[in-house]
Design a protein around this ligand. Structure first.
Ligand SMILES: [Zn+2]
Length: 256
């Protein structure tokens, strides 16, 4: 069976002398592995498109779960990523995350659009990396089913001057209600209990990321102090719900 579809190359693996496996994120088929005969040969007509970060129109054939590349027409390779070591490292984190998230995605199209918007922002705009990274993490983990409830305190239903994000439960707790929580009792129940202070502007930034249209996802700003907090809150929330660490994230953070 032949399929024509669009997809983003999120991983490449060398096979044999001249061949490659590409892991491709598509809207229609989710994450698929595509075998590319001869794609590592300099003579291959697929050499430009059969690369990491390439967004292509693919023609592939399938036999069972095996997909083979017939044609790949490059739409964008986000080439400008290579102009910045930090931005390239961040893009590598983005695609590692996608590889981890999308095995059973319900709406792979939403994740694919998020990925393309993120790579576009990293390649073609001067939007701050910290904004791009944090907004990607928060939006991606929400797509994965862990959207935090950022309305009001989950204990008393009010807003207060001091608010915390209860990371594992994905909701807000006010300063007053937080005092009534007994950390020892939570630990005894085996709950990985983390409260992170979120100031009003950090909270507003998080709410923006959850509701913004994708094309405007990174179009907001924060002062330096709030942005530092926002970065920490989004990364902690993301990593805790993914329940794993990422080598590419550790590498990116080691550059900072
Ligand atoms: Zn409360």
């Amino acid at each position: 069976m032949t399929h024509t579809l669009h997809g983003l190359v999120i991983r490449e693996t060398a096979v044999k002398e001249q061949d490659k496996f590409l892991t491709v994120l598509t809207a229609e088929l989710g994450k698929i592995s595509v075998y590319c005969h001869g794609a590592r040969s300099v003579k291959s007509r697929h050499i430009a498109a059969a690369q990491l970060f390439c967004y292509n129109e693919f023609v592939i054939t399938s036999r069972g779960d095996t997909y083979t590349l017939k044609e790949a027409v490059l739409q964008d390779n986000f080439y400008a990523l290579r102009n910045s070591f930090e931005r390239l490292a961040l893009a590598q984190y983005v695609v590692e995350v996608l590889g981890e998230m999308t095995s059973e995605c319900e709406d792979c199209g939403a994740l694919l659009r998020l990925a393309l918007n993120t790579l576009y922002a990293l390649s073609y705009t001067d939007k701050p990396e910290a904004i791009i990274k944090a907004a990607f993490e928060l939006r991606a983990i929400s797509e994965e089913g862990f959207m935090p409830d950022l309305g009001v305190c989950a204990g008393c239903g009010e807003m207060a001057e001091v608010m915390y994000l209860d990371v594992m439960n994905g909701h807000l707790i006010c300063g007053g209600c937080a005092e009534e929580v007994d950390p020892a009792a939570m630990a005894a129940r085996g709950t990985n209990f983390i409260l992170l202070n979120v100031g009003p502007d950090v909270l507003e930034g998080m709410r923006y990321v959850l509701r913004a249209p994708l094309g405007r996802l990174f179009s907001f700003s924060m002062n330096e102090h709030d942005l530092a907090d926002f970065t920490v809150v989004c990364e902690r929330y993301f990593v805790n719900h993914m329940e794993r660490s990422f080598k590419t994230l550790e590498f990116y953070n080691s550059l900072r």
